[in-house]
Structure formats: C-alpha cells, structure tokens
Design a binder for this molecule. Structure first.
Ligand code: SAH
Ligand code: SF4
Ligand code: F3S
Length: 545
C-alpha cells in the first residue's frame, strides 16, 4: 500500500466522486466523514453517478433487501464500465465487511472494498486503484481491500485500528453548509449484544466508547459552526461508559475504550455536579456513564438547542438517564427503544436479554419521569418458530405501549448470525407479510391517536427541509419551489411547505420560507394525520438565529 499523502490529486486532475449511502444514521455519518476526508484531498463531489470518476456505495447488511439494493447499483456500474473502464467502483461499509473479498470475485467490476472499521484508508485505496491500468482491472487485478476480518473482535488489534478511526471522527468538517443545523456525533462504535438475528456485531466489531472530552468538544465545535441539534449515535447508546482510570493518552489525546460488561442499573459516576443532578450513587470509580455524558453536553455546551440520541437498548436503562433528561430542558423528549417482539419466548431466542415485563416497566418509568415523552420502537415479525400466540403477544404490547411509531420488519436470515445456523426460517413469507400488515394497521391507528392528541398545542419544531410531497408556490412566476431560495436570513420571498420534527420526534408540516431550514420555530398544530402533524408558525424562536 502507498503512503496516504500520495493520495492527494493535483488541482488539474481533481477527480469527481459520487457517493450513495444505504442503511442507518451511523452510515450517514460515516459517509460525511469519508466525504470530508476526500474533499480535503481535492476530490470534488457530484450528484450524477454516470459522470463520476469514482463511485462509492456505503452499504448496509442488516436485511437482504438492503444488500440487494446496493448489488443492483453495482450491476449498473458494471454496465457503465463497458463504456468507461477507468471508473473506480468502491463498496464500503457493512456489506463489504460482511461479504469480504468473495464479493470482488463475484463482481469483478468492484475495484476496492473497505469495512466500517477501516474507513480512514479510503483515500489510499482509491489512489492505489487509480495507479492501476484500467485494462487490468476486471481481469487479473486484485481489488484493493481494507477489512478488519476476524481480527476485529480482538482487543489487541482493535486498539490500533480504533486510534485511526478516532482521528477520522476528530478530523470531521465543521462546514456550516454541510450540516444544515443538525449533526450526528458518534459516542460508541460497534456492538457487543449479539442478538441472534443481527449482523452488526460482525460488521461493526466490538463495542468501543469514545472519550467524553472528545465528544463534548465535537459538540461545541459543531454548535460554533451553526449546528442547532446534535444526535448522539451508538447501537446501544445507554451502554456508554468510559473508564478514565483505564484511559491511555497518546500525543495528548485520550484513546477510545473497548467496552466491558457493566451493570448500568447501578451506575458508577464521576463529577459531583452531574452525580447530584442525576441522583447517581457516589463511588470511588471514575466511569463516565451515559447519564453523565448527557448532562455534561447539556451543561457544557449551553448554546446547543437540542440534544437527541439513538438507539437505546431496553436492558440496563437506569433512572439516572431519565432524571438527567427530566432536568435538562434541551434534551429531547424522545426515546427510540426497539423491543423486537412482545413474546418472551421470541425475545429469548433472539438473545435480547430482557422480558416483556421489564420492557413495559421501562416504558412506565419513562412516562413517570417524562409525561410528554414520545417513544418509538422496532419490531421483527416472523422470527423462526413464531406462532400466532407469539404474534398476538406483540399486538398486545403495541396496544400497551402506544408508540408514536414503529418500524416493523420481516425477519431476514443473515449469513454469519447465530439465528441462521440455529433456526430454520420456518415462517412462510405470506404469514410474515400478513403479521407485518396487521401490526402496521394497528400501529397506524395508535399513531393516529398519538398525533391527534397534539392538535391545539404549540410545539417547537426543528425545520429540516422543504416538504417533498407538497411543495407549492403562492407568489407565482418563480421557478420550482426551494431551488432558488438561499438559506440566508433574508426577508421571506415566498411561502413553501416545510417539514421538521418536534422535541418528541413527531413530523410537522407547515407553511414557511426556506430560510427557516436549520432553525427552531414554534408551530401551532391545527390538524393531524397518522404520521404527520400540520400547523401554522407562531414565531421563530429567537435563540435559534
Ligand atoms: N442497535 C439497534 C438496532 C440496529 S438494526 C437495536 O438493537 O435496537 C435496526 C433494526 O433492524 C433492528 O432494531 C431490528 O428491528 C432490525 N433488524 C436487524 N436485523 C434484522 C434481521 N435479520 N431481519 C429483520 N430485521 C432486522
Ligand atoms: Fe444488532 Fe442487537 Fe447490537 Fe442492536 S443490540 S446492533 S439488534 S446485535
Ligand atoms: Fe446497516 Fe451496518 Fe447500520 S448493517 S443498519 S449500516 S450498522
């Protein structure tokens, strides 16, 4: 492999890159980091994949369907390469890690693959490919590969790789245009839960917690660059814990830390102020818990208007987190708490580590602390051996929890997981589909009631974008809505339908002007649909400007 510095293209060459993202928010953040890295080296990003010199797909492996989408793109690039053999095709992210080098044998048009744990190497891989004669590629050419493979769950090798990844997070761009007011910040990488159906522990590796000082600093810099809302990311955010006693400092930087099993229902804490706020038991230990991290960000970055976090794991969700949320007005009243099933038997086969009773108890505790909290969930239906009785238990749970919405998935067997080895995928697809539809219909009904209860209220909305479905112009004569409106704080030129989210993550549509995007406004809710609220702007929140 070559020196990464050699990856700097000359200004005259300025290769163009197209990048497309599949999968979760973690991948969206990874794409931003890769993009920032390439931009700093002079690469130029374009929206038309057919014109690009480099095409990158940042992929997801969580369900077969997600992989098929990326594979169909890979097929299209194969066709393009017949006319333009010099195009560089890279598959990065979870699918690259899961499928490994086999993927490049089956799809020889792929020039490079790179797993999520090696993304700092993308510029070097591209550079290596570009130095190879296109005629050799697709023939005897060995694609450039950066994967962690089986090594990625071993702590000795992990440390070195994670240092590089920490640098990637730390070197992110703070360009105001990039974030449009909202940014993701990673707090934990990887996952140690090994739910039997899930590829993530294999693709993302062992759980590693980032140093709290780095996280707080990143939030501060984002806010200074105009960010209004930060969403903290981790597969199990509430398991965040950083042991300062074990921290190693290299070149003045604290190093990320490999997770160990910790019981967060009796959290250990550091920092008197936070401990007092969270009511956390005093201890001689020096662990920063998730509750303390939240409190630190809230208190140490006072200009941050909104702090959110995803995804929570239903086990070990202590009252300390709920207390910090209650006492911190700028932390959103929103919990994404995937339950997966309402049947204890299914939860056991899934290796989720909790029972329905404990989950219901958590929902009750959350609502006792935060009466206005909105809760969303994920459900898998048709997991192996799921009976009508198990399905009925999930129906009951949905009725009890009254989620604001639920992401409902049909079980998809994934290579490399415990479930595919242990259980036959024995629920027929039509049964999976019927159960999925039943749960969906019930949830739409519940979501409709949750949304209807907001009519008449005035809610704070973070404005995200122009509404896709119902753009319209009231002042006539101007070209397509949004396309000519700058994001400066100029006098409104036109009225457009905008969309945004409340503190509780409810989607709101309202008329406004595009200059509101990226700010927080107060909206009076006038009517509702099952998944959307509609209202009228009362005022633009002063501090958001
Ligand atoms: N870390 C998060 C979720 C990560 S994956 C958590 O534990 O909750 C996002 C969602 O995809 C999961 O919550 C689950 O509902 C779904 N999912 C994961 N693997 C799946 C599979 N093999 N088949 C169907 N859905 C799956
Ligand atoms: Fe997958 Fe379970 Fe980890 Fe979530 S907690 S990422 S579902 S293994
Ligand atoms: Fe998919 Fe990887 Fe995220 S498998 S859901 S992109 S962690």
């Amino acid at each position: 492999m070559t020196d990464p510095a050699a990856a700097i293209p000359t200004a005259a060459a300025a290769p163009t890159v197209y990048i497309e993202t599949f999968g979760c928010q973690m991948n969206v953040l990874d794409t931003q980091l890769v993009r920032g890295q390439l931009q700093a080296l002079g690469y130029r990003f374009i929206d038309d994949w057919k014109q690009a010199d480099v095409i990158l797909y940042n992929t997801c492996s969580v369900r077969e369907q997600a992989e098929n989408k990326a594979l169909s793109r890979v097929g299209e690039v194969g066709m393009l390469k017949k006319e333009r053999p010099g195009v560089v095709l890279g598959v990065i992210g979870c699918m690259a890690e899961r499928d490994g080098v086999d993927m490049t044998r089956r799809h020889p048009q792929i020039d490079l693959i790179c797993g999520p744990g090696e993304l700092d190497k993308v510029p070097m891989l591209i550079d290596n490919v570009m130095k190879t004669d296109p005629k050799r590629r697709g023939g005897k050419f060995n694609a450039q590969v950066a994967l962690q493979g089986n090594m990625h769950r071993r702590s000795s090798t992990l440390a070195a790789a994670e240092d590089q990844l920490e640098m990637l997070d730390l070197s992110r761009s703070f360009d105001p245009d990039e974030h449009k007011g909202s940014a993701y910040v990673r707090i934990t990488r990887g996952c140690n839960k090994f739910c039997t159906y899930c590829v993530v522990p294999m693709t993302r590796g062992a759980e590693v917690h980032r140093p709290p000082d780095h996280i707080v600093e990143e939030c501060r810099k984002l806010v200074e660059s105009g960010v209004v809302e930060v969403t903290l990311l981790g597969q199990t955010v509430n398991h965040y814990h950083y042991d300062h006693a074990a921290a190693v400092t290299i070149n003045g930087l604290q190093q990320p830390q490999v997770g160990s099993v910790v019981n967060l229902s009796s959290p250990l804490s550091r920092g008197e102020k936070v401990r007092e706020r969270a009511g956390v038991r005093a201890s001689s230990s020096s662990i920063t818990s998730f509750a303390e991290l939240l409190a630190r960000i809230h208190d140490e970055v006072p200009a941050l208007r909104r702090l959110r976090f995803v995804t929570n794991f239903p086990r070990d969700f202590g009252d300390d987190i709920l207390q910090v949320m209650r006492d911190s007005p700028r932390i959103c009243r929103y919990l994404h708490l995937p339950v997966q099933s309402g049947s204890n038997r299914m939860l056991k086969l899934m290796n989720r580590g909790y029972e329905v009773r404990e989950y219901r108890d958590l929902i009750d505790r959350a609502r006792a602390f935060l009466p206005d909290v909105q809760i969303a969930t994920d459900i898998i239906c048709g997991f192996p051996t799921e009976t009508e009785e198990d399905h009925a238990a999930t129906v009951e749970l949905l009725k009890y929890c009254r989620f604001k919405n639920a992401f409902i998935f049909k079980y998809s067997p994934r290579p490399g997981t415990a479930a595919i080895d242990r259980f036959e995928d024995d629920v027929p697809d039509d049964v999976k589909r019927r159960r999925n539809n039943e749960l969906l219909a019930l949830q739409i009904d519940i979501s409709g009631q949750v949304h209807a209860a907001c009519v008449g209220q005035t809610v704070r909305v973070f404005v995200e974008s122009i509404s896709e479905h119902s753009q319209r112009e009231l002042d006539g004569g101007l070209p397509g809505s949004g396309s000519t409106v700058s994001l400066g704080w100029q006098k409104p030129q036109r009225v457009t339908q905008l969309t945004g989210r409340t503190d509780g993550d409810l989607i709101v549509c309202f008329d406004g002007d595009a200059s509101m995007i990226g700010s927080i406004v107060e909206v009076k809710i006038e009517r509702s649909a099952p998944l959307t609220l509609f209202g009228r702007v009362e005022q633009v929140s002063a501090a958001s400007r």
